[in-house]
Ligand binder design. Structure first.
Ligand code: ATP
Length: 320
C-alpha cells in the first residue's frame, strides 16, 4: 500500500491528535503517503484533504481536540454519499483508510469495506468507552480525570455546607464514565442507564452515611439517565438535605490527554498502519487485557457493550 487516508469522525476525544501523529509518523517510516481528510466523512465526500508530512503533526501530541477536525455527516448514511466518498478515494489513489471515531464512525467504515472493498482500519476514539471489543477507548481516561478534578472541588464546598452534590457526566447510553469517575472519586452513589435506580434506597444510603459521620455526599449521574437538575429536584423533594446540581458538560471532551490516552494513541495508530501495510483491512484495533488487539470490524460493531457489575458492587461496598 503506497497511500492511505486518515480521518477523525463523530464526537472529538482527547488523544485523537496523538493518534493522528502516530498514524502519520508510522506511515512515513514505511514510505507510505498519508492524506489527512478534514471534518470526517463530510471531508471525504467534499474532497477536502491534504497530504501530511512529518512536521504536519508536530506539537499536537499534548493537545485535545483533533487537528483534522470532525463532523457528523448524514450524507454518509446514503448510498449516494458513500459512492461519492469512494470516488474521492479513487481520484487520489488512496488505497486504505484509517478512521478514528466511535461506533457510528466504524459503521461508516464498515459500509466502505463491505459495499466497496475499501480496506479500512478503525481506531476507537470516543470518551464514552461504549465499545465492547476494547477495554478502553481513546479519550476515556482523560475525560474521567477531568471529572475527578471537578468532583474533588465539589467535595470541598459540599463538605463545608453539608450538602449533596449531584454531578452529571457524559457517556451517552453508557455508564462507564459515571462508574469509573464514581469509584475513583469516592462518590457514594452512581446512577447509570444500565441499572434502574430507586430513590428511596438512595436516601437510605445517604442517611446511613450521615449517621456514620459523613458530612457531604456525591452522586454521579450519567447523562443517559436524566439531567443532574431533574435528578436533584426529585431528590430535593424527598429530603431535607441541601442538594446542588452540576453538569460538567463539554469540558470532558477537551484538555491535554493523559499518559494513558497518549500511550493508547501511539499503540493504536502504530498498529493501524502495520495492518494496512501488511494488506490487512476491515479491522478495528483495541486493547484487551493490556494487549493491543485487532478484530473484524463487522464483528466489533455488532458486539453489545456489557456493564461491569463487579466494579459497581465494589463501589457499593467501599463508598459509604
Ligand atoms: P461518538 O461515540 O463520540 O458519538 P461516533 O463515531 O459514534 O462517535 P456518530 O455520530 O454516531 O459518532 O457517527 C459519526 C459519523 O459516522 C456519522 O455522522 C456518519 O457520517 C457516520 N455513520 C454513522 N453511522 C453510519 C452508518 N450506519 N452508515 C454509514 N455511516 C455512518
Amino acid at each position: 500500500m503506497k497511500r492511505i487516508g486518515l480521518l477523525t469522525s463523530g464526537g472529538d476525544a482527547p488523544g485523537m491528535n496523538a493518534a493522528i501523529r502516530a498514524v502519520v509518523r508510522t506511515a512515513i517510516y514505511y514510505g507510505i503517503e498519508v492524506f489527512g481528510i478534514e471534518r470526517g466523512y463530510a471531508g471525504l465526500i467534499d474532497d477536502t484533504m491534504m497530504q501530511m508530512e512529518m512536521r504536519s503533526v508536530s506539537d499536537i501530541v499534548q493537545r485535545g481536540g483533533t487537528k483534522l477536525r470532525t463532523a457528523r455527516c448524514l450524507e454518509m448514511l446514503t448510498e449516494e454519499g458513500q459512492k461519492q466518498a469512494v470516488a474521492t478515494l479513487e481520484k487520489h489513489g488512496i488505497e486504505g483508510l484509517v478512521v478514528i471515531g466511535g461506533d457510528g464512525s466504524f459503521r461508516g467504515a464498515k459500509c466502505l469495506t463491505e459495499g466497496y472493498g475499501i480496506p479500512t482500519i478503525g481506531i476507537p476514539g470516543t470518551i464514552d468507552n461504549d465499545l465492547e471489543y476494547t477495554d478502553y477507548t481513546l479519550g476515556f481516561d482523560t475525560a474521567v480525570n477531568t471529572c475527578l478534578d471537578i468532583i474533588n472541588k465539589l467535595r470541598d464546598t459540599m463538605t463545608s455546607h453539608e450538602r449533596i452534590s449531584v454531578v452529571e457526566v457524559m457517556g451517552r447510553h453508557c455508564g462507564d464514565i459515571a462508574l469509573y469517575a464514581g469509584i475513583t472519586s469516592g462518590a457514594e452513589i452512581i446512577v447509570v442507564p444500565e441499572i434502574a435506580y430507586n430513590m428511596e434506597e438512595i436516601i437510605t444510603r445517604i442517611n446511613r452515611s450521615r449517621a456514620n459521620g459523613k458530612r457531604s455526599n456525591i452522586i454521579v449521574i450519567a447523562e443517559g439517565v436524566m439531567t443532574a437538575d431533574a435528578f436533584a429536584k426529585q431528590l430535593q423533594d424527598m429530603t431535607s438535605y441541601s442538594v446542588r446540581a452540576t453538569t460538567i458538560g463539554h469540558i470532558q471532551r477537551g484538555g491535554s490527554p493523559t499518559m494513558a490516552d497518549r500511550m493508547l494513541a501511539a499503540q493504536f495508530g502504530n498498529k493501524a498502519v502495520h495492518l494496512l501495510k501488511d494488506g490487512i483491512g476491515n479491522r478495528v484495533v483495541g486493547i484487551h487485557k493490556n494487549e493491543i488487539i485487532d478484530m473484524d470490524i463487522i464483528e466489533a460493531v455488532s458486539m453489545k457493550k456489557k456493564f461491569n457489575y463487579e466494579l459497581y458492587e465494589t463501589l457499593q461496598m467501599i463508598s459509604m
